[in-house]
Design a binder for this molecule. Structure first.
Ligand code: BES
Ligand code: MN
Ligand code: ZN
Length: 512
């Protein structure tokens, strides 16, 4: 991954491929005036204080996502200046919004892929800004090229290797808070990028067994206790949901339990992730056009895995248990059929009406397993329904919960880290649509409000009295469009930062 350094040098003497500066939309004296953001004073001086005017001539507006490249001033040892838009100039008493900084740093890093070193001269008013810029740069510089050119020469792969080094100008190497901010950003970005790698890895390679092995290795490396139930252990334990879904595949299912504990922990969080390594739909087969990206159906498990490892590496004073419900949903002679009844780990029976509603079946078993430990709260993460994508679009995840205050807290945590999310209800009247003449419940209900129906199904498998939230990340988990901000094409790592934030808030006693 990209290396981050803190630099105190003066801009003109720096040797790099590019200097990144921020440009914002001003409000005074006249609206629309360009403002060069703090941090770029030395660069502006190189242009005799005319950088804003030069950028204006080049058509810059300061809008978020905008990139303007121009030759560096005479006398500079770096040939290129890259101006990135930061949106509106903040009010007098406040500094730039952290998400605007994160996005701008991501855009800059992405546009500099193929270069060796860039100096970021962005506004770093405080440690929060340092952390945002560091995160944006490390997340924006991501590229997945394991499968290009037989993995030989990094440069030949996608044409451009990710930006190798970023020096943050103005961040103070001796300032404890700045150093901690860079360390935090690096830890989270490394783990989040690893989640992206897992999501992008094709399903012929990332089987449930392979995913479990990767989790085992990482857990050992970071002092996390790990337990893997294979198909035999799942059968012995009565995990009918996971076994039912995984039964059609030659690649057998797994349930992975990752336990991170801290001796000073006062609270215990359980994270549960949907880990369908490929969702063909099963016997209720998805049509062509709906299955090409279904390697992303383990994004919830990838997020949970990344968050638990990040919590361990950050040494958070909270116990976090991660549950990865791993299975491949395939049609075959041994696959679960529409009409089958499964006996779940909780003892409840489920009539499977549609084998493509498989996520809720694997999650049901994992939620029940998580509930047995009586954690203070459970959060599950899943690419659960197309209905949630229809409702909220491809960048926002839905939050459902059995506790209004907890749902708000999760929403706030998501907002804080720059992950778009929105609260969704669990309307009681939708429950009866899942009544089954044969079993305790069916895995399908009314089509309208399908995301909420799925949430109501999951709620049935949460232990009595346990606070629970469900994040449906079907929209934001996988970016089918072009890259934006610090988000690449393909696996995004959605929900990782929200889960890490929730663990931090729980550790500090600011949540529940
Ligand atoms: N994995 C899909 C949901 C999905 C859709 C994820 C689009 C990412 C992008 C899930 O298993 C599924 O197939 N859900 C069905 C449920 C239905 C059969 C009740 C759906 O949403 O159509
Ligand atoms: Mn499905
Ligand atoms: Zn699925």
């Amino acid at each position: 991954m990209t290396a981050l350094t803190l630099s105190t040098a003066a801009a003109p003497g720096l040797r790099a491929d590019a200097i990144v500066v921020g440009v914002a939309k001003g409000t005074a004296p006249k609206s629309g005036d360009l403002v060069v953001a703090p941090g770029a004073e030395a660069v502006d001086k190189g242009y005799d204080g005319r950088l804003a005017a030069v950028l204006e001539t080049l058509g810059a507006s300061g809008a978020e996502g905008e990139v303007t490249k121009l030759p560096a001033p005479a006398g500079f040892k770096t040939p290129l200046v890259v101006a990135v838009g930061l949106g509106a100039v903040p009010d007098k008493d406040s500094s730039f919004d952290t998400e605007a900084l994160r996005k701008a740093a991501g855009v800059a890093a992405r546009n500099l892929n193929g270069s060796k070193k860039a100096v970021f001269a962005l506004p770093l008013a405080d440690a929060a800004a340092v952390r945002a810029v560091a995160e944006g740069a490390l997340l924006g510089a991501y590229s997945f090229d394991t499968y290009k050119d037989n993995g030989k020469d990094a440069k030949a792969k996608n044409g451009k290797a990710p930006l190798a080094e970023v020096a943050l100008l103005g961040a103070k190497p001796r300032d404890k808070a700045h150093k901690a901010a860079v360390e935090h950003a690096t830890t989270v970005a490394v783990e989040l990028n690893r989640a992206r790698d897992l999501i992008n890895t094709p399903p012929n390679d990332l089987t449930p067994e392979a995913f479990a092995a990767i989790a085992q290795t990482a857990a050992k490396e970071h002092g996390i206790k790990v337990q893997v139930l294979d198909d035999k252990a799942l059968a012995k334990g009565g995990y009918g949901g996971i076994l039912g879904v995984g039964g059609g595949s030659a690649a057998t299912p797994r349930l992975v339990k990752l336990s991170y504990t801290h001796s000073k922990a006062k609270k215990h969080l359980a994270y549960v992730g949907k880990g369908i390594t490929y969702d063909s739909g099963g016997i209720s087969l998805k049509p062509a056009g709906h299955n090409e990206t279904m390697k992303c159906d383990m994004s919830g498990a990838a997020a949970v895995f990344a968050a638990v490892v990040a919590a361990a590496r950050l040494g958070l004073e909270v116990n976090v248990t991660g549950w990865l419900a791993l299975a491949e949903n395939m049609p075959s002679g041994s696959a679960v059929r529409p009409g089958d009844v499964l006996r779940m780990f909780s003892g409840k029976t489920v009539e499977v009406l549609n084998t493509d509603a498989e996520g809720r079946l694997v999650l049901a078993d994992a939620l029940w397993a998580a509930s047995a430990e009586k954690p203070d709260a459970i959060v599950d993460v899943a690419t659960l329904t197309g209905a949630m994508v229809l409702a909220l679009g491809s960048r926002t995840f839905g939050i459902m919960s059995n506790d209004d205050a907890f749902r708000s807290a999760v929403h706030e945590a998501a907002e804080e880290v720059g992950e778009p999310a929105w609260p969704m209800p669990l309307p009681e009247h939708l429950r009866k649509g899942m009544d089954s003449p044969t079993a305790d419940i069916a895995n399908m209900g009314e089509r309208m409000g399908g995301g909420l129906v799925a949430g109501l199904f999951l709620r049935e498998f949460v232990g009595e009295g346990i606070t629970w939230a469900h994040l449906d990340i079907a929209g934001p988990a996988f970016n089918e469009g072009g890259p934006f901000g610090y988000t690449p094409k393909g696996g995004t790592g959605s929900a990782v930062r929200t889960l890490v934030r929730l663990a931090e808030l729980t550790a500090s006693g600011d949540l529940g």
